[in-house]
Design a protein around this ligand. Sequence first.
Ligand code: FHN
Length: 592
Amino acid sequence: MRNWTYRKLAGVLAGALALAGCTQNTVTQAPDPRAEKAATEKAMQRFDEMKFGLFIHWGLYTIPAGEWKGKYVRGIGEWIMFREKIPAAEYAQLATQFNPVKFNGGEWAQLAKDAGMRYMVITSKHHDGFAMYGSKASKYNIVDATPYAKDPMKDLSAACASQGIDFGFYYSQDQDWHEANGRGNNWDFPEKRDAQVYLQGKVFPQVKEILSGYGPLRLIWFDTPGLLSEKQVMDLRNMVKSLQPGCLINSRIGHGKHDYAQTGDNAIPIQVYSKDGKWEVPATLNDTWGYKKNDNNWKNPRDLIGKLSDIVSKGGNYLLNIGPTREGVVPEASQQILRTIGKWLEVNGEAIYGTGPSPFHMRDITWRATVKPNKLYLHILNWPGRKLRLEGLESQVTKAYMLAGKAEVPFQKAGAALEFTLPEKAPDPNVTVIALELADAQPKVADGFRADQMPAKLDLHAWVARMRGEEIQYDWTTQSATGFKSFERETNGLSWYPYKSLDGTYDVEITYACDNAVAGSKFRLTAGQRRDPNPSIIDGVVEKTGGKFVTRKLAGKLTVKPETETIGLQLEGDDKSAPMKVQKITLTKSAS
Ligand code: FHN
């Protein structure tokens, strides 16, 4: 009964909005193509140079903060309404408690600056449908529905402008659990919906608002495009570009109508990736986007700085998230981590901002490379001890030095390779950067070592994988992932993202360790697309290794197609062997 009433009310509201003229806000005429192209190219160049941005998920979900009616809710915090199937009217009551009196836009912009981030993207409306800015198009917004009654985005966008941080809004354009015609809420509303009514009644007017009231936006970050038609997506794009031609649009707008691409969440391509143009990795600092009070699974700065080097060396930008609390406070741990990254960038930023990707294929996890004219930067992720061998560089190196402190690094030819003499211990506990000055403007790299050349045998290290799940952890001392626990709705596991860099049929080895007492679980390796009904599969059993790392060949072959999105590894059946430690899988092109 309550559901029915709610649906009816929502229908009446949508009708009222339409009558009030909101549908007339729809700007669908195409913008001037030349102006759009020029503005977009300029913005893309800046976006490419910036490399590092702050993502902020902030909304009503920070009130339950991962707990509903006294019960811990697994999964990402901003999905609590969906996971618990909270009726929209009940969830909306959270607004009456939302009063972020400690919010200070200047402090958030300062934090981004201290972290060395060059842009910021914040949720203007997430899937829960609540607008975190003052919206005229829907009363369900922070000004009209909360005791706070102010628009924090005015403050934040102004603070970013004065700090020189480029500003952008996240906007969930299809998924909206508050609206009968939005996507996703099938516990209050019927499955059948009219997306066009939702777009015209809420999305178009709100997108117009966020593009009109907060100064120039560097980008708009759409998410989970779902089932919108190509025409609907094109209307959305045209609206954005006719209001701000230089506002970049991400690939989650759908139907390929974007200016730059996203990888999956926390998904880093395994190699240099340039086939789809510029891209960005959205990533979490712990296991959630929106604040969860019990999620203290913070990634350490070494890992994050290594990931920044890794992503930039592959051609991407890193968009790293914080989840402020209901009061508007950024958790202390996030602040400390971000400031540590910022300190590193103060010294090593030259090897990140404005650089080009690695000219080399990435064979292991010892180092990554970035380039500038006449410069090659080696980012050392795992210190090799006294000697570092660099194979495949044909350009003459005129000088080598530590980017921090500028101490010279001696080197000599060792056959076709260069050998650098290093201190025994890494000078920087996170990532040490060695700068090489080159005689050539662009490094020349020998055949067989170039970024687009796949070696016959390729290691997929655990460190390069996305770690799915709340329990799985990476251990730097053994360079392995552990904690392959299973739960009813999710299984901890590793996922690698080939992004068109692998194609073929492979023999597979796995390098892992397992104590005898916990051996015996089945594991499964799959290669396929998301929700692929027919992925390539290899099944195996976790054997006893007496705790030592061993490399075992698996029976069967793995087929990776150009469209394969993920190579995944997880336990199947039981998770007795969850404590096993996986270092890597190795793919060798199969002869047959
Ligand atoms: O469903 C959302 C999720 O809550 C979060 O906003 C991330 C950030 O990239 N995007 C979606 C899932 O991909």
